[in-house]
Design a protein around this ligand. Sequence first.
Ligand code: ZN
Length: 413
Amino acid sequence: VLTIALASLLVSDPRPLLVTIDDLPLVNAAEIGGDEQRARVTDEMLRVLAKHHIRAVGLVTGSRVHGPGDRALLEKWIAAGHELGNHSFGHLSYSSTDPDTYLADLERGRKLVEEILRPHKKTVRFFRFPFLREGDTREKLEKARAYLKKTGQRNLPVTIDDQDWSFEKPWLEAAKIGDAAKAEVAREYQVALRLEVERHERIGDKLLGRTAPQILLLHATAVGAAQWDELFAWLEKTGHRFQSANELLADPAFAIEHSYVGQLGYGLWDRIRVERRNEQAKEAIGKLLADQAAAWTRGDLEAFCSVYAEDARFLSPSGVTLGRQAIFDRYKKKFGSAKETMGELGLEIEELRLFFGDEVSILGDAVPSAIHGAAAALRWRLRWANKPEASGLSLITLVPVKDGWRIVQDASM
Ligand SMILES: [Zn+2]
């Protein structure tokens, strides 16, 4: 028995995990009930966190703090040893709000939390973007980052994005129906959360090449109060080790610079992964064009044409050529295949665009799509020993294939 226990301990490193809880004091307080019911749900969340020795970060949404009763709920979180941070006042989407309005709302939320923390001699160290939307333009992204820096707030990312909040309404409805209805919602909650944890951990481990530390997103809900005990027990059983924010954020993975710009909010590992993937795609296309130019220059028309797709279309002022073989024949007829007549080719990328977008996973999370295509605006130059240089522009469209990229359209003039 001892051998088996030791072996299972050695199989994988324990995985550090920070639990974060959004939209304090409660996501749907009105539907939960009055002060007494709200306190009961809050006490239950805190009891389960304490049972599993979890020190969480709770992100407060100012507009959800309705009166002294709700303030008292936040005091409970502080008394239980959890850290409170800012989740804005109005929970606006940055993608559809101008920076001035948005940042004023963040500051309003920060001031409210600051006021609650002051008697406890604590400050607002963390901020979380509502909907995880950090800016749909570079300018907005930078403005939010400058504001956070200036006010001493750190963007607390999420690495395990999930839709736990979406179970709250079904849970409250089921509670009115009976235990069987509740059991069904509970089952779906556990299944969905486990799948989310596993999916994001695969992404993180692949990205970092090791057991990636994780930040789990949960929401202050009645369904959470009822379901976290089982969820946390499963996390413990599957090798997770709960850490505080300070412990977890000391991991160098959280210092990786990134600047993903987009409409929807992804988890942190997806943001970093997309940026790296895009860089790799751009490098691969750059190399393909450099190799193609080199093939031309050494007189290897076969290799030069090998990057065209079988059904590629070539457009030039003299007309349209369809298919790789016809493109090859056209070049051969025009230039022959001697190095001297072909000359020295240079291809310079003026602009390269990758085509991808946002998708929604089966679990409801925003996820980046694969890169489905690319377009490159090029300047080509041909130099010969005995005649003047020729140059012009090309626009090529590429699609990804198993072993790289193929040109499917080429308009050269
Ligand atoms: Zn939120």
